[in-house]
Ligand binder design. Structure first.
Ligand code: ZN
Length: 363
């Protein structure tokens, strides 16, 4: 009996060994056959890419994508524009039905797996794809972000946490703790630090206190600064008191504190005019978060699709199945959403930067 168990164990081990060797061989071959092949942008590459954006004055669109179809549409737009793109996820996506279904770590793992496969595919291999964690908050923050830093097994390119409910010392403490976690794990880390993104314009002294405290303890890890510059999350009919002058001031101060170009991450961009976006980029914005308007475009298109195809949704209709399947509504949404993503990438000056970055910055 023991001999039999030993034989089964031996057989299983040899299968695992054979499988691992095949994977290594396949991976090596893909590297040899595709010299420009790269997977998801790493933390170190992201830092270089964001610094290039700050120096050359363009911004990367960061879409809060909450489904696999939304991710595909964003990558298609980036491919069409030959632009880099940031795909970011908040807690509600990680725990949403498309990804974790209540479990944020499972959600992170599914999100990263999806993006990693897409980033390594033939179709998107020339698109620099950054994966960013956005607005992670609550008691699970450090557990989720530790997983994103150390790997599930894929790793996030850049990390941020939602500081809206944290005091300044708590914000500093959390950010420094993430640096310690990365250090202990031997994992590279690139961070965005935020301060009062919905609270009007952040005083310049806040940059001294927050960025100064983190960069002196953990030099080189901060790459993005997200102060308030007059924008507001969500959609509103009210005018936005956006200040490009505040962007310039914060960009300059953040870069002086850290001794390297630090671009700004712009939250709450949905209500901004095209002229404000352009002025923001010229003043030092390198990452533009886009969520509310993106959701509005997608949900309105879906609403329109179901209203337009009400007759085909009857179960006796010959087109019922093709109309009812997810692919039907997703294709309709995609046709309307994708041009809007491309338009935004172009406004931010991202068009044509992908290949340029692939061949120079990311090597
Ligand atoms: Zn935000």
């Amino acid at each position: 009996m023991r001999a039999c168990v030993r034989a089964v164990l031996l057989y299983s081990c040899s299968l695992v060994l054979l499988y691992s060797c095949s994977l290594v061989l396949l991976y090596s071959c893909s590297l040899v056959l595709n010299p420009s092949y790269f997977v998801l942008i790493s933390a170190t590459q992201a830092r270089a890419l964001l610094q290039t954006a700050a120096e050359k004055r363009f911004a990367i669109l960061a879409v809060n994508a909450d489904s696999h179809a939304a991710i595909t549409d964003c990558l298609e737009a980036a491919r069409e524009c030959a632009a880099p793109i940031i795909i970011e996820t908040s807690l509600w996506q990680l725990t949403g039905r498309s990804f974790g279904n209540g479990d944020p770590i499972l959600g992170l793992s599914r999100y990263l797996s999806d993006l990693t496969v897409l980033a390594g595919s033939e179709r998107y291999r020339d698109v620099p794809i950054i994966f960013h964690t956005d607005h992670i908050k609550g008691p699970d923050t450090l557990r989720i972000l530790s997983a994103a830093i150390c790997g599930v097994p894929g790793r996030a390119s850049t990390i941020s946490l939602d500081s809206s409910e944290l005091s300044e010392p708590a914000n500093i403490e959390h950010i420094c703790e993430l640096c310690e976690i990365a250090k202990k794990a031997g994992a590279p880390l690139t961070l965005e630090m935020e301060a009062g993104v919905d609270a009007g314009v952040t005083e310049i002294e806040v940059a001294d206190r927050l960025l100064g405290a983190v960069d002196s303890k953990h030099p080189g890890i901060l790459a993005l600064w997200a102060p308030g510059v007059g924008t507001q999350h969500g959609l509103s009919d009210k005018g936005y008191p956006f200040s490009a002058e505040a962007v310039a001031r914060h960009h300059e101060r953040a870069s002086a504190i850290c001794g390297r170009p630090i671009g700004l991450a712009l939250h709450g961009s949905s209500g901004l005019k095209e002229s404000d976006l352009r002025a923001g980029v010229a003043a030092g914005v390198v990452k533009v978060n886009w969520s509310s308007e993106s959701l509005l475009i997608r949900s309105r298109a879906a609403q329109e699709y179901y209203a337009k195809h009400a007759a085909e949704m009857e179960k006796t209709h010959p087109e019922w199945k093709a109309t009812a399947m997810d692919h039907g509504v997703q294709s309709y949404v995609s046709e309307r959403y994708l041009p809007k993503v491309s338009e935004r990438i172009r406004i931010l000056g991202g068009e044509g930067r992908g290949l340029q970055l692939t061949s120079t910055t990311i090597s």
